[in-house]
Design a protein around this ligand. Structure first.
Ligand code: ADP
Ligand code: MG
Length: 687
C-alpha cells in the first residue's frame, strides 16, 4: 500500500485548476498524468528578458520587454492567416504582434487601440517587418513584473503554453508534502543537498544543479534499493536445486561444436542451477554470439531434473522463431516443446494449458502470455528471458511468482551493456559473457550512402536478389506517430513490390494483423520471399542466416545500439554480408559520428559505450529514447557520479535494517513508492 502521505502527489492531473479533458492529452504526451509528474517536469532552462526602450536597441531573436502603443488591429485575409496587432515604440518603430487561431480573441481584449502596454517575447523578423509571435506577456504599465524578467522554459506539447505549464507547476509544488529524509545524513551534508521538497521547488525556480543532483540521487537510490530488495528476497527463498544427468543433452545433434565461451557459460549456469537459492544470472552476448544454444542446454538441465522450463521472448515474431529453432534442435531428445502467445485461443490454447499443467509439455516458449494468471505449471523450474532489457522489473517479479518454489531465472541480452547500465538494470546479478563469436563469421561490409543515390541502391538490391540471396529493407520508425511508421514502411513496400517480382517482397510492421505478420515472416524465413521490408520489429533476434544484405533507411534517425542490433540481422551465415546505411541530407554532427562509428567497428561493447557518450551527459536517458536505462531523472553524467554511492548506500541501509522498519527505513519505503520502485517493498512485511 502506498503511504497516505503521498496521495496528493499521485492524484490525477485534472485535480489541478485549469486542467480539463483538453489539456490532459498534451500533458499525457509529456508523460504527466499525475501531480507528481508535473512536479518532476521542471524547466529545461530559463530565459532572461532584457527591457529595452526602443526596438533599435534589440537584436533579432532576442527576448525583450518593451513598452508599446497599440495603433491598429488587422484581421487576416483568410481564416488561416494570422491576426496582427500593430504597435509603435517610443521612437516610432512599428512592431507587429502576431496571433494565430484563437489567440486573436485574447489579443483583442488585451490590446485596445490607443492604449500603452508592456509586452514581453521574442523579437523576430518576418519579411521586412519586425514581429513578435504570441507575446508571452502583455501587461499594463503599472503592472508588477517590470524590469528584468527571468522565466522558466518548460518543454511543452501542442496545446500547452509556458504560463499554463508554470501555473500547473506552481500548483503541484503547493501540494508537496513534508516527507522524511531518506538520504543518509553524511551524504546530504557532504553534498550540501537541499531537502526533497526544497530541491523540487528550487529546480522550478532556477537552474540549480545541486538540487537536480539530489533528485537524481533519489531516483538512483530508489532503484538500487529495489534491486537489493528483490535480491534479498531471492536469497531468502528456497528454490529447488536442478541437477541434470546429461541424458537429454547427450542426445543433441548440433551441426557445430560449441565455442569455448558457450561451454563456459553452460558450466556456470549448471553450477547455479544445482544450488538451493534460485539462480539470477545474466547471459550477455553480442548479436549472433549463440545464446539460444546456451539457453537450450540450461532448459534441458531442468527437464533432466524432472522440471519444466519456459522461455520468454519480447515479441511474437521472436517467440515463434525461438520455438521453431528450439523444437528443431530438441527433436532428437524427444522433449516436448510448445509455443504459447497471447494470440492462441480456443482449443489449441486449452490443450497447451493442459500440457503445462500435467507436465507433458516440458519446454514452453512464448510472450508474456506464458505468465498470465490462467497458466499453471506442474513444476516450473527455470525461466529464460530473452532480451531482458525490454522487460521491466515488475514483469520480472511477476515471473518469479509462478512456481510453487521460485524458479531459477536466466536473462539473456544481446545489447552489450556498459557496466554502468548493467549495474542500474540488474544490480549485482551474476553475469556470463559470450565474448567469442562462433568461428567463420565474416566482417559485415558497412557503407554509408546518401539518399540521393536511392535508385542505385535499389538496383544493387535487385542484383543481390537476382543472385538468389535474400535481403532486409528497414524503414525508420517514428516513435510517437504510429501512423508514420506504417506509412514509411508501406510506401517503400509498395515501391519495391512494383519494382521487383510481386511474390518476392513481403512486409512486417507493428500494426499488421498477427496472422499477416507471421505469414510474411514464414515466407521470408523459408526463402520463398527474398526481400523483407520491415520497421524495427525485426530489431531483436530475428535469425535468417541466408539473408546477407540489409538496407537501413534514414539510418541517422536510429540510435547506435539500435543500428548495431539491426545490422546484426546479417552476417549470421558463412556468406559475406553487406549493410547499407542510407542517410538523409540533413545530418546532425551526432548523426554523422554515429554512422562513422558503425562503419568503423562491429564491436558491440565499443558501440554501446560510445552510444552513451554520444547521447551526452546533459540529455535525459529516459525510456523514451532507449530501453536500456531505467531512469527518467538521472542523466548519464549523474549516473556516473552517483550510481556507485547510491548502490553502496542501499546496501548499507539493507545491512542495518533489512526490513526497512527503522526511521530511515520508513523514509526509504516512501521513496520507493514515490519513485515507483515499490515492487520491492511488497516482498517486505507490512509493505
Ligand atoms: P544470438 O546470441 O544473437 O541469440 P543465436 O543463438 O541466434 O545468436 O545464434 C546465431 C547463429 O549462430 C545461429 O544460426 C546459430 O545456429 C549459430 N551458432 C550458434 N552457436 C554456434 C557455434 N558454436 N558454432 C557455429 N554456429 C553457431
Ligand atoms: Mg537471440
Amino acid at each position: 500500500m502506498r503511504p497516505e502521505i503521498l496521495n496528493p502527489l499521485f492524484a490525477e492531473v485534472d485535480t489541478l485548476d485549469g486542467v480539463g479533458p483538453k489539456l490532459k492529452k498534451p500533458l499525457e504526451k509529456l508523460r504527466c498524468t499525475r501531480v507528481r509528474d508535473i512536479a518532476y517536469h521542471w524547466p529545461d532552462r530559463f530565459v532572461t528578458r532584457r527591457p529595452v526602450e526602443t526596438l533599435d536597441e534589440a537584436g533579432e531573436g532576442e527576448q525583450i520587454i518593451i513598452a508599446l502603443t497599440v495603433t491598429e488591429h488587422r484581421s487576416g485575409a483568410s481564416r488561416r492567416a494570422p491576426y496582427r496587432v500593430l504597435a509603435t515604440d517610443s521612437a516610432g518603430n512599428v512592431l507587429a504582434l502576431t496571433f494565430f487561431g484563437r489567440a486573436s480573441y485574447t489579443a483583442k481584449k488585451q490590446l485596445p487601440v490607443g492604449e500603452k502596454r508592456r509586452v514581453a517575447g521574442k523579437l523576430e523578423r518576418y519579411g521586412d517587418m519586425l514581429q513578435m509571435v504570441h507575446p508571452d506577456h502583455v501587461m499594463k504599465l503599472d503592472d508588477a513584473g517590470l524590469g528584468q524578467m527571468r522565466e522558466p522554459v518548460y518543454s511543452l506539447a501542442e496545446g500547452l503554453t509556458q504560463p499554463r505549464m508554470a501555473s500547473l507547476a506552481a500548483q503541484a509544488l503547493e501540494k508537496l508534502p513534508d516527507l522524511p529524509e531518506w538520504i543518509e545524513p553524511g551524504m546530504l551534508a557532504q553534498q550540501k543537498w537541499p531537502a526533497w521538497a526544497d530541491a523540487l521547488r528550487s529546480v522550478h525556480a532556477r537552474d540549480d544543479e545541486t538540487a537536480k543532483d539530489r533528485l537524481a540521487y533519489d531516483e538512483l537510490l530508489a532503484n538500487a534499493l529495489a534491486l537489493q530488495l528483490v535480491k534479498a528476497d531471492n536469497r531468502r527463498k528456497r528454490g529447488r536445486p536442478l541437477a541434470g544427468d546429461g541424458s537429454l543433452r547427450d542426445k543433441l545433434q548440433l551441426p557445430f561444436p560449441l565455442t569455448g565461451a558457450q561451454e563456459r557459460s553452460i558450466r556456470e549456469i549448471e553450477g547455479d542451477l544445482a544450488q538451493d537459492a534460485p539462480m539470477l544470472r545474466l547471459l550477455q552476448g553480442d548479436v549472433g554470439a549463440g545464446k539460444t544454444v546456451v539457453a537450450l542446454h540450461a532448459m534441458l538441465v531442468a527437464v533432466e531434473a524432472g522440471a519444466q522450463a519456459a522461455l520468454l521472448a519480447p515479441t511474437e515474431i521472436l517467440a515463434r522463431q525461438h520455438f521453431e529453432t528450439l523444437r528443431e534442435m530438441a527433436r532428437p531428445t524427444g522433449v516436448e516443446v510448445a509455443l504459447l502467445t497471447g494470440r492462441d485461443k480456443g482449443r489449441a490454447r486449452e490443450s497447451i494449458l493442459m500440457g503445462l499443467m500435467d507436465g507433458s509439455i516440458q519446454i514452453v516458449v512464448g510472450t508474456h502470455a506464458i505468465f498470465q494468471e490462467a497458466v499453471q505449471y506442474r513444476d516450473l523450474g527455470l525461466v529464460v528471458v530473452d532480451e531482458q532489457h525490454r522487460f521491466g522489473v515488475s514483469q520480472r517479479l511477476q515471473m518469479t511468482g509462478k512456481g510453487k518454489r521460485p524458479p531459477h531465472t536466466l536473462s539473456m541480452t544481446a545489447t552489450p551493456i556498459p557496466r554502468t547500465l548493467t549495474l542500474a538494470n540488474y544490480g549485482e546479478m551474476e553475469v556470463s559473457r559470450l565474448d567469442e563469436l562462433p568461428p567463420g563469421r565474416q566482417a559485415i561490409d558497412t557503407r554509408v550512402v546518401g539518399m540521393d543515390r536511392l535508385p542505385e541502391v535499389v538496383e544493387a538490391v535487385g542484383r543481390h536478389l537476382a543472385s538468389g540471396q535474400q535481403a532486409y529493407w528497414v524503414c525508420p520508425m517514428v516513435r510517437d506517430e504510429e501512423g508514420m511508421e506504417k506509412a514509411a514502411a508501406e510506401q517503400r513496400y509498395a515501391a519495391l513490390k512494383a519494382r521487383f517480382d510481386d511474390d518476392a517482397v513481403v512486409m512486417v510492421h507493428g500494426q499488421l494483423d498477427p496472422e499477416v505478420k507471421d505469414a510474411a515472416m514464414a515466407r521470408f524465413a523459408s526463402g520463398q520471399a527474398k526481400l523483407l521490408v520491415a520497421t524495427t520489429v525485426i530489431e531483436v533476434g530475428v535469425d535468417v542466416p541466408a539473408s546477407t544484405l540489409i538496407v537501413i533507411e534514414q539510418a541517422e534517425s536510429f540510435g547506435l545500439a539500435q543500428l548495431h542490433q539491426l545490422r546484426g540481422r546479417v552476417g549470421r551465415g558463412s556468406e559475406k554480408s553487406t549493410c547499407l546505411l542510407l542517410r538523409g541530407n540533413q545530418l546532425s554532427e551526432t548523426g554523422q559520428r554515429r554512422l562513422a562509428l558503425m562503419r568503423e567497428t562491429q564491436d558491440g561493447f565499443r558501440i554501446a559505450e560510445e552510444d552513451l557518450e554520444l547521447r551526452g551527459g546533459g540529455e535525459l536517458l529516459g525510456t523514451r529514447q532507449s530501453g536500456d536505462t531505467p531512469f527518467r531523472i538521472a542523466t548519464l553524467d549523474q549516473m556516473q557520479r552517483f550510481l556507485d554511492p547510491a548502490t553502496a548506500d542501499a546496501k548499507l541501509l539493507m545491512d542495518r535494517d533489512a526490513g526497512l522498519e527503522g526511521e530511515r527505513g520508513e523514509a526509504a519505503r516512501i521513496l520507493l513508492y514515490l519513485m515507483e520502485r515499490d515492487m520491492g517493498v511488497r516482498t517486505l512485511r507490512g509493505g
